[in-house]
Design a binder for this molecule. Structure first.
Ligand SMILES: C[S@@+](CC[C@H](N)C(=O)[O-])C[C@H]1O[C@@H](n2cnc3c(N)ncnc32)[C@H](O)[C@@H]1O
Length: 171
């Protein structure tokens, strides 16, 4: 929505038909045009190349693998929170045009250095461009004791840092 409001030609992908319906309703209310595509990550736009790729994927560590349906598919991302992040780091760099940009947002709990390392391995120039601390929401709060047990957070910690990682594809 933000990119469309700035005049970009935007394609948005989601595996959830409900999320796409919500996006369609918001676009109608805002009178914006965005191509909505249903499917898994980049599969619906296979072969296309983009100037900017943004991703706000599920990144919350979860006891089991990401579910195939239901609301938790929006946040559950496997034991280390990286199931989707790792796939994006592997696949998205090839979909960016030379000198163009990938922006990924994630919680610091899911390993910012792992994202930076994976994007570097994929040939991008990588940096963290934004950080924000915020209180845990309901999902994180419900898992706080488990995160403490695993050493993902300090005892009593109930805040997380959200981080935006930028990768630039060189010429
Ligand atoms: C944190 S929410 C972000 C929602 C929205 N795009 C935004 O930025 O506000 C994560 C979204 O990823 C979608 N998702 C989960 N697994 C996916 C996959 N394999 N391919 C595409 N979308 C996926 C979920 O349905 C959910 O809408």
């Amino acid at each position: 929505m933000a990119a469309a409001a700035r005049g970009a030609r935007v394609t948005a992908v989601d595996v959830s038909r409900r999320a796409l319906a919500a996006a369609a309703a918001n676009l109608l209310l805002d009178r914006r045009r965005v191509r909505l595509r249903h499917g898994d990550l980049l599969a619906p736009v296979a072969g296309a190349r983009f100037d900017l790729i943004t991703a706000n994927p599920p990144y919350v560590p979860s006891r089991s693998a990401p579910p195939r349906r239901g609301i938790a598919r929006s946040w559950d991302a496997g034991r280390d929170g990286r199931d989707l992040l790792d796939r994006i780091c592997a696949d998205a760099p090839g979909a960016a045009r030379p000198r163009r940009v990938l922006l990924v947002v994630q919680s610091a709990l899911a390993g910012v250095s792992a994202t930076c390392a994976a994007l570097s391995r994929a040939g991008l120039l990588v940096g963290v461009v934004a950080r924000r601390r915020q209180p845990f929401g309901p999902v994180m709060t419900a898992r706080a004791a488990w995160f403490e047990e695993r050493g993902l957070i300090a005892p009593g910690q109930r805040e997380e840092e959200l981080v935006v990682v930028r990768g630039v594809r060189p010429l």
